[in-house]
Ligand binder design. Sequence first.
Ligand code: RM4
Ligand code: MN
Ligand code: MN
Length: 391
Amino acid sequence: MEQVFSALNRFRIELPSWGFANTGTRFGKFLQPAAAVTIEDKFSDAGEVHSLTGVCPTIALHVLWDLPGSADASLISRLADRHRVRPGSINPNLFQDQAYKFGSLANPDVDIRQRALKHVTESIGVARILDSRDISLWLADGSNYPGTANIRQRRRWLEEGLRATHAELSPKQRLLIEYKPFEPAFYHTDIADWGMALLLARTAGTQARVLVDTGHHYPSQNIEQIVAWLLGDGMLGGFHFNDRRYADDDLTLGSIDPYQVFRIFNEIQFFEWERGGYADIAYMVDQSHNLKGTIEAMIQTVTIAQELYAKAALVDHPALANAQSRSDLVGAESLLQDAFSTDVRPAIREWRLAQGLPGDPLRAFRESGYLERITAERSRRATASASSSYA
Ligand code: RM4
Ligand code: MN
Ligand code: MN
């Protein structure tokens, strides 16, 4: 109980604004009448999830989707006060503009590289205005056919761009570099894996770290080993959590392989036990809820994340270190399995009640009437804007 409580006391997870919006696949979108459209909607939904779970004090913002033009700092701070969630990581967009057809910071055209750099610089400015620490950079840059891109030259352009980006950071800000093996590029991706992201982060500057999106690996890759290596080098900046079955599926965390997430949390907490201090890691969700109700999916995600984090806190790390040093394989592995099979839900429920939170956030959400209210409000607004656009 005590271990679960202390784990939950420190565990916080950031919600993505885009996880509340209508999203889909490249084949289309199934629209939800309650989906968030405006930045107000997104703050409101994130605030609802935070008020029920108590562990999501920040919302990740996407510059192009949430803050077009420049950030209206006073609007954002009003929304943050009203909904009691602060802006979290700031995500520039280097993949949607027509100009980025052949890349952004690694585009062969110097004007387009400049344009990408300008957008990132502006995004860093936005982050500074909003008092956000982390800039999360994901590039879609890559190529679709062999021989069509100068891979080494593109790396040099990327290095240049990232160094210039890093130079814009204030001393407290961090640049998180995300990698992904493929999609949208299907032959080569400029930042395809954690090793490339790590080298680029080192080149960019001392405030750059690697961002691990759990969906951005080849099937069966050992993600916890990547996490352990990055931790060992002080280069793990944060996570984009989601689950996957095939590729970058953006499914609910732990829905396919909860043991994988547990093993990641175990590596982190083992490291923290060894070091005697907590690692500075931004835990964030990056999911696309195209079939599930967006808010329910988010509550479910947060609940699962807490469960898996709490289970990992139950691993007896001194005993694990001892078993490993004696090469007691079954003993060591059993420590993980015992922790993983422990039902932590009753303890989590107690913790919630002790915080004045609902013991069952999903049920509380279903009983709150919030979904019915926003469904009515947002449907009315959609009808009004459709009819005014016919006029
Ligand atoms: C990518 C990656 C990024 C996200 C984009 C939309 O696959 O996960 O984090 O910003 O999708
Ligand atoms: Mn991501
Ligand atoms: Mn992704």
